[in-house]
Design a protein around this ligand. Sequence first.
Ligand code: KIV
Length: 272
Amino acid sequence: MSTAKKEVKRVTTHVLQNMKNTGEKISMVTAYDYSMATIVDDAKIDVILVGDSASNVIAGHETTLPITLDQMIYHAQSVVRGVKRALVVVDLPFGSYQGNSEVALHSAIRIMKESGAHAVKLEGGEKEAESIERIIGAGVPVMGHLGLTPQSIYKFGTYTVRAKEEAEAKQLKRDARLLDKLGCFGIVLEKIPAELGKEVSEDIRIPTIGIGGGKHTDGQVLVLHDLLGITKEFNPRFLRRYLNLYDDIKGAIEQYVSDVKSQDFPNDTEQY
Ligand code: KIV
C-alpha cells in the first residue's frame, strides 16, 4: 500500500481540521490582489487571508481602522480570481460587525456574495459571540482572532505582546474555548507568549494559526509584504523575511531609469 499523501485539490475548513488532527502544520499568508494571489496559490499555500492589513501595506494608513467593507470586497474579488486551491478568508473590517449582529451578518453575506471568498475572519471573543453565531448560522465559516487584535489598537495603546498577565491570559483561554464551541473553524493568535499559544492549541479542538504566537500553534500566518521584505521598517521578533524585495525592486527600477536616460532601452530587438 502506498504511504504517499493524497494531493489536496481544494483546501476547505474540513481539510484544515484534518491537518490539525493529523499534526500537519497549516500555512497561511495574506494577499490583496490577483497577481500575488496567483503566485501564492501556485506555491500551495493552504490559506490566503485577504487581511485588513491592506489598510497598512496597500493603502498606506497607520492602522487597519480606515479600510472599508467595499474596499475589502474589492481586494477579495481580485484575490479570488487568482486562486484555484487555497481557502480564501476575508477580514471583516473595523465598523462592519462590532456590537451589532445584524450588521455583522449583513457584512459577512456581502463579502461571500460579492467576492466569492470561502470564509470570513473577525477580531474578538465573548463580545462578538452573537454575531459569530448568526454568521455561522447563515452557513458562513468564521475564523476568530485573539491576542493582539489590531482593530483595538487605540484601546491597547501599544502593539506589544498581549496576555502576559494572568487575567488577560485566562480571558483569552475562555474566548478560545467559546469560539470553538460556537463553531468557528480556526483562530488566529497574534503576539502572545509561546507557552499560552501552546496551551490554547492543546486545549481546543479547532486549529490555531499563530502570528507571533510561538511554534506550537497548529499553523502560521504572515503578512505577505513583510515575508517578502517589501516593508522595511516593520521588524517584530516573530517576522522571518524570505526576500528583501524592497531593495531588489528599487535596484531594478534604478536600472530601468538609467537605461531609459542613456537610451540603452529599448534596443534594436525591443522595437517593431
Ligand atoms: O489583517 C491581517 O493581515 C491579519 C493578520 C495579521 C493575521 O489579520
